[in-house]
Design a protein around this ligand. Structure first.
Ligand code: LLP
Length: 433
């Protein structure tokens, strides 16, 4: 298993942020989401230090859908990241964390009128409009509230990025945004640019997630700025901002070879500067929206082994005290992970195990096949690379409470989200009689 961030081994034990995970189990129980705070801050710095230009401003907007709670948003606020939210709930969390509304942008293909209203009431920085109906609702709301608001239009440049089909977002028939070849897109942009209540800042695009080939991002930049030039030439629409979305791929297993972010971002900026110069555009802001690439490798999930069971045909299973409720990604996207026995770090693998969760569902398999030392009940099993879209997509299936989230750094741990209780599970239930 690859050791991420501050992970190290001492006396057969795994430590993260200089805290042994055994100690974390004693203090917080399992399953447990562990976030390596220093590693996260370092990742954020890589983005802030390398995606910057003398020619235009750059906004690094953390895609909070990857992992959102008051603690992480307090941290991203302090680090100086902008923020992308996709729902009233994510916006509420951001505002409760004290985020500067100007730094927030609201996404979504079907924003509810009340979500748009919430964005206007709270003066959030940008609304990324998805389609004409939303534009009409927003325009009417802004007029009613007499509130001017900055908007971008989400466009689809038709790039088919090489990733799982559920997380491709600019395929021909994607539900997101407006195609750059659709004549209606130009009409909509004309209406948006002449709307008295909307300030059309620019265009936005997100080509998909877990994209490991950086060529797609270069292709995206080229198409997006050329489209910006076309809008100016053919329709006299002048844009000051282009948002290129997120999607930068990460390491889950040896099958994933992500590009080096520092190198890529520096190269990306140079390329963008050149394109803008060649096209003679007056772009003032270029934004990106990393989610997974910022948080994923900082997060791990810690489980206790309940049993080791041999199937009749000889497959050894390790059963853990969590599963698809804390990580639905293997079931949803056939995602693959590495693992270790965190209390047997220096022991040699003896078997190839299948890691199964405790849900009443055969598909509740976290890892199909992983070589581990001889496992026993009570061992600690840790799956790294679970920072993004695990806690965020966790559920209460089988009425299993969500695990706690703890941040570790310099030998200290801080509880960020309490473990749910059985009382939490029935909080909104109403009795029959
Ligand atoms: N911006 C927009 C508009 C997005 O839709 C997304 C992700 C991002 C930025 C951030 O993308 P990232 O840098 O994290 O790849 N649940 C799936 C991932 C869904 C991604 C949705 N949009 C998974 O677990 O793989």
């Amino acid at each position: 298993m690859k050791l991420h961030g501050t992970m190290r081994i001492d006396n057969n034990q795994l430590l993260i942020g200089d805290v042994s995970v055994e100690q974390l189990r004693e203090e917080y129980g399992t399953p447990l989401y562990i976030i390596d705070q220093k590693h996260f801050i370092n990742k954020a710095r890589i983005f802030l230090d390398n995606f910057r230009s003398e020619k235009f401003k750059t906004h690094i907007s953390y895609a909070s859908k990857a992992f959102s709670n008051l603690y992480i948003l307090g941290l991203t606020k302090e680090i100086g990241l902008f923020l992308d939210v996709v729902s009233g709930g994510e916006l509420y969390t951001a505002l409760a964390a004290g985020y500067d509304p100007e730094k927030i942008s609201l996404h979504g293909n079907n924003k509810l009128p009340e979500e748009l209203e919430m964005a206007l009431t709270n003066n959030i920085g940008r609304i990324i409009v998805d389609h004409r109906t939303e534009y009409s609702v927003l325009s009417a709301l802004a007029a009613k509230k007499q509130k001017k608001t900055k908007v971008l239009l989400r466009v689809n440049p038709g790039i088919v990025a090489d990733t799982h089909k559920y997380i491709q977002t600019t395929t021909e028939d994607s539900k997101f945004g407006m195609s750059i070849v659709d004549p209606e897109t130009f009409l909509l942009l004309q209406d948006m640019s002449s709307d008295p209540w909307l300030e059309l800042e620019g265009i936005h695009c997100h080509i998909g997630s877990q994209v490991l080939n950086k060529d797609f991002f270069f292709q995206e930049a080229s198409i997006m700025f050329s489209f910006t030039r076309k809008l100016l030439d053919d329709y006299s629409i002048k844009l000051r901002e282009v948002n290129l979305g997120g999607g930068f791929g990460v390491y889950y297993t040896e099958a994933d070879q992500p590009f080096n972010y520092a190198e890529f971002l520096a190269e990306y900026i140079v390329e963008i500067e050149q394109i803008i110069a060649e096209l003679n555009l007056a772009i003032e802001i270029v934004s990106i929206e990393p989610g997974r690439s910022l948080i994923n490798s900082s997060g791990s999930t810690l489980y206790t082994v309940g049993a080791v069971k041999q199937s009749y045909h000889g497959k050894p299973f390790i059963f853990v005290d969590g599963g698809m409720t804390d990580n639905p990604r293997p079931a949803l996207y056939q995602a693959e992970y590495e693992a270790c026995l965190a209390n047997r770090m220096q022991e040699e693998p003896t078997d190839n195990y299948r890691i199964a969760g405790k849900c009443c569902e055969s598909g509740d398999i976290l890892i199909e096949d992983v070589a581990l030392p001889q496992a026993e009940p009570g061992d600690l099993l840790l799956i790294p690379g679970t920072g993004a879209y695990n806690y965020a997509m966790s559920s209460n299936y089988n009425r299993i409470p969500r695990p706690a989230v703890v941040f570790v750094e310099n030998g200290q741990s801080r509880l960020a989200v309490k473990k749910e209780t059985y009382t939490d599970l029935i909080r909104n239930d109403q009795k029959y009689l």
